[in-house]
Structures are given as C-alpha cells and as structure tokens.
Design a protein around this ligand. Structure first.
Ligand SMILES: *[C@@H]1O[C@H](CO)[C@@H](O)[C@H](O)[C@H]1NC(C)=O
Length: 257
C-alpha cells in the first residue's frame, strides 16, 4: 500500500514536471497583474494629476491626502521642472513661428505666480497643497518679495521680448502688492514689460476667469493682438479674448477658479 502511494506520487510528480516543461511558455491562468500597493497609489495620484491638469476635475481645494508624498516628490524631483521646461520650450517654438505685424501690437500675456515667480519656498512650509489656502499667511510671504524666478519662464520671457512681442503681466495679486511685485520681478531678472495688471478694488470677489477676461478684453479693445498666453491656472487662459495659443504650466498644488 505504502509503495503504491509512493509510486502514484512519483508518477504525478513526473507528469507535473513534464507538463511544466512542455508549457513553460504559457503563463499561469488566470492572469492577474498585481501592482505593489504603493505603486497603485502612484498610479492613482498620476491619474488624479492628469485630471486636475486637464481641468476635468474642478474645482478642488486641497490635494488628496494619499497623494501628499506623490505631489511633494513630483515638485522637488525632476518631474515638475521637466514639465515646465517642456511648456516653455513649446511656447518658444510657437513664438518664433509667428509672423509679427510691424505695428508693435502683438502681445504675449504672462501670469505671475507659479508662472514667472515660484512660491515653492512658501508651499514647502505648507504641505505642497495639503493645507487649505490661507490668504493671510500667503500675503505675508508675498510681501517679503523674495519669490525666485522659474528659470525656463525667464528664458521664454526674454525670448518673446527679443522677438518683438509686447509683454503684459496679468496677475490675481492685489494692486496693494504692486510695488513689492515689481521689486520681486526686477530682482529676479524680469524687465521691460509693457504693462503690469493687478486686481483693483473693483475686482475683488470676481473669479480669476472673469477678472482676467475683462482685462484681456481691454487689451484687445486697445488694438493689441493677444498671440500667446502662459499661465499655471486654467483661469489664466480661459474666458473671453483668449490668445491664439495658450500654454498651461503644471500646478498640482492649488486651484484658482
Ligand atoms: C490669431 O487668431 C486670429 C483669429 O482667429 C487670426 O485672425 C490671426 O491670424 C491669428 N494670429 C496668429 C499669429 O496665428
């Protein structure tokens, strides 16, 4: 009895090994692709970032808690810079391709925060978008006037100027921050803009989309042609008197309607 059992066992083993060799090119069924858990989180956060950058998911107030590490790593790692460099390069290619009129009325519009100037020193102290926006704290940071330039935006800025575009700066910053904003921009290498437009007392309470559309309408009414527009928010780019081409810089940290 015992010998028989060993015999049967050996026979089954032989069959098992044999069939494994024969079918070694066949994957076991069912096929389940199992991502390790943090990889799945990474995928979810990449999907979330795609949704917010494309404006499919809006409005939103803070980044998802489970994406805190993901967003921080994207911002401080090479990803954020790579994305910004790409946007600026493409904008530069487009700017070079445009035949400018000889009347000096071709315009490139730039937003300021997270477009020309970076507030990452502030956001690094506030969880990179994990905390609800605190305008009082943020104003204190703005008033220091020490925001660094986004390097590839500075390059684009200089490029469009040298091509002959008039540069308009259109920012949601308040008019009372004009002088500190001018100082901050000049200290970081931005010069020779045609006009810096900030939110006046009549503009408070307007969405950025409305405020910026109204100001773009005025630019167009003055006879300018808005050829290009660079901004990190969709509210910098959408609405009326839109530019021929809009260039959306990445910003997974905050959303402004
Ligand atoms: C921008 O768009 C307007 C209106 O569609 C068009 O007439 C003009 O040629 C465009 N300009 C450039 C530089 O593409």
């Amino acid at each position: 009895m015992r010998i028989l059992r060993i015999f049967v066992f050996l026979m089954l083993l032989t069959v098992a090994i044999g069939s494994e060799n024969l079918n070694s090119h066949v994957f076991p069924r069912p096929l389940i692709i199992a991502y390790p858990e943090n990889n799945e989180n990474q995928l979810k956060c990449t999907s979330w970032r795609f949704a917010i950058e494309t404006n499919n998911l809006s409005p939103w107030k803070t980044i998802p808690e489970e994406c805190a590490d993901y967003v921080r790593e994207y911002i401080v790692g090479p990803g954020y810079k790579m994305d910004i460099d790409r946007v600026s390069n493409e904008a530069g290619e487009y700017a070079k391709s445009v035949d400018l009129g000889d009347d000096g009325r071709d315009v490139w519009v730039f937003d300021v925060d997270e477009t020309l100037l970076s507030n990452l020193p502030y956001y690094s102290d506030h969880g990179y978008g994990l905390e609800v926006f605190d305008s009082v704290e943020f104003d204190k940071w703005v008033e220091k006037g020490t925001a660094p330039a986004l390097g590839s935006s500075l390059k684009l800025y200089q490029e469009v100027l040298s091509l002959g575009f008039k540069v308009f700066l259109l920012t949601g910053r308040s008019e009372r921050h004009r002088s500190v904003t001018v100082e901050n921009l000049m200290n970081t290498g931005f010069h020779d803009w045609h006009k810096l437009i900030l939110r006046g007392s009549d503009d408070h309470g307007k969405t950025a989309t409305t405020f910026k559309s109204e100001r773009r309408n005025e630019i167009v009414e003055e006879g300018f042609r808005i050829v290009g527009n660079s901004g990190d928010q969709w509210s910098d780019l959408l609405g009326s008197s839109m530019s021929n081409r809009s260039f959306k810089l990445p910003n997974p940290i905050y959303y402004i309607p």
